[in-house]
Design a protein around this ligand. Sequence first.
Ligand code: NAP
Ligand code: MG
Length: 500
Amino acid sequence: MNVHIHAAPKLVGPAAAFVAAPKKLLIGGQWVPALSGKTTEVIDPSSARVVAHVAEADKADVDAAVKAARAAFEGPWSRMLPAERAKLMWKLADAIDAITDELATLNSLENGKPINDSRKGEVPFTAETFRYFAGWATKINGEQIPISAPGDWHCYTRREPVGVAAQIIPWNFPLSMLAWKIAPALAAGCTVVLKPAEQTPLGALRIGELFAEVGFPDGVVNVITGFGETAGAALSAHPDVDKIAFTGSTDVGKLIARAATGNLKKVSLELGGKSPTIVLPDADLDVAIAGAASAIFFNMGQCCTAGSRLFVHKKVYDRVVEGVAAGAAAMRIGAGLNPETEVGPLISREQFDKVTGFIEDGRRDGAEIVTGGESFGEDGFFVTPTVIAKTRPDMSVIREEIFGPVVCAIPFDTDDLDAIARDANDTAFGLAASLWTRDLGLAHKLAAKVKAGTIWINTHNFNDCALPFGGFKQSGWGRELGAQALDLYTQVKTVAIRLP
Ligand code: NAP
Ligand code: MG
């Protein structure tokens, strides 16, 4: 049975001081209240208590932020040399590193994730993403192109920044999502209006302070806290925004794509998933069991790449499912700020209701709850790590993105790779998949057949700044990270010169 350690240590030090201070919007280098004067609550998901209030931006504030981003884009930012942009981005990364503990604390307070994951994982990855893209700022080249028209010609392309980028991010990785969005945009020479998720504004506001501290010109990065339906919708429809980048649900991604048609702004979308973890019979089972558990339980399953459908060959099915279930039952549940915690709360009452609703649907539809399936909703939004078996392909637990610590185990009894891939591909999504096997020939062949933007072999939820990330099918448009991310924030201009 899971050990429960709900209590969180009292917030002290710089994070406590930041939480207690008034929160405003970052527009044009100034901290300003929402024009309406409205504020919204930030809730600690481990206690369901309000811990802070932030400004609630709406359309008028969005207009001001876009104006500031436009002025910075046409002004100081476009005059800055690529190497100067790179230096500022490195300084920002160092400034993030310098307050690792504070950022980790804010992140685990508002998101609920284990503090060690924030401190050792997300905060360093955030800094590293700025460093990685700082390196690109000086390497965004056009090409000289030979042509076949008669006469003397010099033809070339320039890669120019798209302009003002609006970026809307979710709450599951509040800091690294910020970096995945802002860093390539700045490297490319764009300016930014960022809207963090309503549940997790604190980390973004704290990093917002760092941009001014390290010397970014006013208006290069603007941070607007508020709701998606108002501030987010105003950004997506804004006629003076040149590009919108979004991570979140597939439903909202579709709304954003529609809203963007007004001025045909460029759109990139990183959306949901229902990623398969596929364990082949020759896999190193200790590694595969630990990997399959972490694929779904890391970040309480609130990962777009969560391995939520666990396909296991019949020969090893019992052992793998027992192993994953035993691992699930042994995890320590508590407040993210408690260093002993392995499983924190879900982000919100809404997500708690959604996830527990899916578990109930599974039960009602006749699936077996192998372990977990318990919830504690009064004092924090906790759901125990859950393994479900005996599902059918039409059940909602199999079809829908649950976005919680819930995995469905599905046996298969074939060595035919096409048949295995067909089941794995039986979803509207295509974000990621992991394959567990010692046979690399087989792994490469299956990797080619599974329809997903990332295939992991003997690992899951692995990201590196240099590796492009994004979705097939309804998991999105475009690729973040890696050199491909620069394509999202640049456009190609062709220059054709007839030489006299
Ligand atoms: P969501 O609504 O898609 O939220 C993501 C971001 O979009 C937030 O900043 C949100 O603002 C904003 N937003 C919401 N409606 C908008 C609109 N009409 N126009 C522009 N922006 C808008 O996701 P959610 O409600 O937090 O979670 C719902 C489900 O989405 C989850 O259960 C999960 O399945 C999926 N999800 C996926 C990811 C991912 O990484 N792919 C991340 C989070 C959630 P607010 O903060 O005000 O809502
Ligand atoms: Mg929402």
